[in-house]
Design a protein around this ligand. Structure first.
Ligand code: AMP
Ligand code: GLY
Length: 414
C-alpha cells in the first residue's frame, strides 16, 4: 500500500511515522514534506495541486492523507481531485471543509443543528460590528476565513476591539471578508478528535493545547506551544456529554446537509459552566496535539485510514494506550510575529524523547531552524508527572539562537 501524506510540519511527521509503523507496512510518500519527513517518506515532486495529482498518479498512490487544511479548500479541493482521480482520500471534500475555512458557515451549521456554541452575529463593516458589540465587553471578534490562526481576537475592552476592527476593515490584513461578533465564553478548553466515516465516527484520545506564547497563558496567541494528551484528561461524564451533544449531532448534521466526510474532524471546545460548547471546527488533526496523540496510538492506522477513505469503517483497527503524552514546542526567535531561520540546532543527538520537526532544514550535515515552530519534543509515561518531567527535561537538552519554550506545559490547566 502506497500512502501520500500532504503537509510539512510536526503533525505530518507524526502521521507519517505512525502510518509507517502500521502492521500493514505501507510505503510512505509526502508533499511538500520536509527534510525530517523525507527520512521516512519519499518526496512527491510537485508545485501545486495539478502536478501533485500527476505525481500521485505516477507513483500509483493508494491513499492520500490530508495533514494540513489549506489543500482541502485550495482550487477544486484536494479530496475532490482525489475522488476524480479514483484515489481514496482521508480528508473531506471542499464543500465540507468550509466548516473550518468559514467561521460563518460553521456557525450556521452549529445553529441549524442545535449544537451548543456561543451566540454570534455576522457583520460586514466596523459600524455594524460596533452595533453588534453594543458596548458589551469582553467580546470575541472572528474574521470569516482562513487566517493562519491569527483571525480571532478576544477583546477585553473597546480599545482592543477598535484596534482589531481597524486591522480587519481598514488595513484588510486578512483580505476581504466578513466578521463574526461572538459571545465571550469561559471555561477550560479541550481538543476533541473524531475519525469520521460517513454516518459513523470514532472519538480519539482527547488533548489540550497551550495557545499562548508564554508561561501562565500570557503573551500572544500562537499555533500552539505544547500539548498534553490522555484518555484520562477528562472524566467519563464530560466525554459522554461531548459525544452526545456535540460529536454525534455534528456527524448527523453533515449527513443531513449532504456534506460528505471521511477524515479527522477536530472539535475545539470550551467546557463552560453550561456544558461543553464548540469554539471551532477544524477538518484535520490539531498541531501540536497530533504530536502528543500519535505516540499513544496502537494498532493499524494505515489500514484504518485506507478502509475509512473507502467508506469501510473499521474502528477495531486502532486504540489508544493508557497513560499520558506531553509535547513541548521549541519556537524560533521572534515567533509568533515573525520567525528566524538558519540557526544551528544543538543537542538533538542527546535527546531521548521523540522529536518531530515542525520547521527545520538539514544542510551541511546539521539541522537548522526554518520557521516559527521548530521542534516538538514528546514524551509518554504511565503517569502525568512522568510524561511531563521527561518531556521538559529532554526538550531542555536542545537549543538554538533565541529558542522559546514554555516551562508549564502539562503543569497548568490539566
Ligand atoms: P479559534 O481560532 O477559533 O480557535 O480561537 C482562538 C482562541 O480564542 C481559542 O482557543 C479561545 O482561547 C479563544 N476564543 C475563541 N472563541 C472564544 C469565545 N467565544 N469566548 C472566549 N474565548 C474564545
Ligand atoms: N492546535 C490548534 C490547531 O491545530 O489549530
Amino acid at each position: 500500500m502506497k500512502i501520500a501524506v500532504i503537509g510539512k510540519g510536526g503533525r505530518e511527521q507524526a502521521l507519517v511515522e505512525t502510518l509507517a509503523a502500521s502492521p500493514s507496512k505501507p510505503q510512505l510518500f509526502s508533499f511538500p514534506g520536509s527534510d525530517a519527513i523525507f527520512r521516512t517518506a519519499a518526496p512527491l515532486v510537485a508545485d501545486g495541486l495539478d502536478s501533485l495529482m500527476d505525481a500521485m498518479m505516477r507513483e500509483g498512490i493508494d491513499l492520500c492523507v490530508a495533514g494540513e487544511e489549506s489543500y482541502l479548500v485550495k482550487g477544486e479541493g484536494l479530496a475532490n481531485r482525489c475522488a476524480q482521480a479514483g484515489i481514496p482520500c482521508w480528508g473531506p471534500p471542499k464543500e465540507s471543509a468550509w466548516l473550518e475555512a468559514s467561521k460563518e458557515f460553521a456557525k450556521k451549521f452549529l445553529t441549524r443543528h442545535g449544537i451548543p456554541t456561543g451566540k454570534a452575529l455576522v457583520v460586514k463593516d466596523a459600524r455594524e460590528a460596533r452595533e453588534a458589540i453594543g458596548g458589551h465587553y469582553p467580546t470575541v471578534l472572528k474574521f470569516d476565513g482562513l487566517a493562519a490562526g491569527k483571525g480571532v481576537a478576544v477583546c477585553p475592552d473597546e480599545k482592543s476591539a477598535e484596534a482589531f476592527l481597524d486591522e480587519v476593515f481598514e488595513q484588510q490584513r486578512f483580505g476581504e471578508g466578513r466578521l463574526l461578533v461572538e459571545e465571550y465564553l469561559t471555561g477550560p478548553e479541550i481538543s476533541i478528535f473524531a475519525a469520521v466515516c460517513d454516518d459513523k465516527y470514532l472519538v480519539l484520545c482527547p488533548a489540550r493545547d497551550y495557545k499562548r506564547l508564554k508561561d501562565g497563558d500570557q503573551g500572544p496567541n500562537t499555533g500552539g506551544m505544547g500539548a498534553v494528551a490522555s484518555r484520562s484528561l477528562t472524566d467519563d461524564d464530560t466525554m459522554r456529554a461531548i459525544e452526545q451533544t456535540i460529536v454525534a449531532p455534528t456527524v448527523a448534521g453533515l449527513q443531513a446537509d449532504g456534506l460528505p466526510y471521511r477524515g479527522f474532524l477536530y472539535f475545539g471546545l470550551m467546557l463552560t459552566p453550561d456544558g461543553p460548547k464548540v469554539i471551532e471546527y477544524n477538518c484535520r488533526f490539531g498541531d501540536p496535539e497530533c504530536e502528543a496523540v500519535m505516540p499513544l496510538l496502537r494498532g493499524d492506522l494505515a489500514g484504518f485510514c485506507m478502509a475509512g477513505a473507502r467508506g469501510d469503517f473499521k474502528p477495531e483497527l486502532i486504540s489508544f494506550s493508557d497513560g499520558w503524552s506531553v509535547c513541548c514546542i521549541l519556537a524560533s526567535a521572534g515567533y509568533p510575529a515573525s520567525s528566524h531561520s538558519g540557526d544551528l540546532i544543538s543537542g538533538l543527538e542527546n535527546c531521548a524523547a521523540r522529536v518531530f520537526h515542525c520547521g527545520t532544514r538539514c544542510s551541511d550535515g546539521g539541522w537548522k531552524t526554518a520557521g516559527g515552530r521548530v521542534l516538538a519534543v514528546t514524551a509518554t509515561g504511565d503517569s502525568l508527572e512522568q510524561a511531563r518531567e521527561t518531556a521538559h527535561a529532554e526538550a531542555a537538552k536542545i537549543d538554538f539562537f533565541g529558542c522559546q519554550r514554555r516551562s508549564d506545559i502539562a503543569y497548568r490547566n490539566v
